[in-house]
Design a protein around this ligand. Sequence first.
Ligand code: ZN
Length: 253
Amino acid sequence: MIAFISDIHGNLPALEAVFTDIASLGNVDKVICLGDVVGYGPNPVECFELVAERCKLILMGNHEHAVLHGALGFHVPARQAIDWTRSTFQAIEPPARRKALWRLLEDLPVRHEFGDVLLVHGSPRDPVMEYVLESDLWDGNDPDKMDQIFAGFSKLCFVGHTHRPGVFTTDRCFLPAQELMDGFAVNDHHKYLINIGSVGQPRDRDPRACYAVFSGDAVYWRRVIYDINRVADQVQTIPELDNRFASRLYMGV
Ligand code: ZN
């Protein structure tokens, strides 16, 4: 089994709870992170170190990209959080640890393929930045978007980025993970774009941390209770982090 985690966003209590849950399964061979380890939350460095230690692979998310290259297109509170995250990384001591983490950050790949499986943070046609949302199924502004996205991989594509877990199918459906709690079996007749959800900032109105495990022919989402108070209290002690980054965690939005 492979466990996929994504969108931790500096939420250490959620990340720790997820790693405990992964260990409790007893059959996970490796953990892969689809990006956005940092941003919004109060523990970006601790989360990045823990992910680097435990994960076989970490992909570049748009928040890592923003730390490296600037938060273009981010709303003001998110940009302030990125600027604070960057200065936190720049203040890491000792210098050897700082250099090692920066190098790791700079070297994150934007995509990874194994067999007929593609892994990206956002979408096959724009791996770091593009969102694939339910509204893309009926939005007339970019009518070819879903066709181009499905043309970009051969069978399965795992993504994060929207923080909304579920499955897009080639017959233009979105199945929310909340309706797939017995798992989702992949079959030979379709391609699937599978959103694994967010560890540290779920946006499907379920505040529990979310991640997914993949057996090779089925995907199972896991929801994990964690100490939201612990991370929310910490957000409130850091002036550069908007209080809404704390309050939204209780609602899962
Ligand atoms: Zn994210």
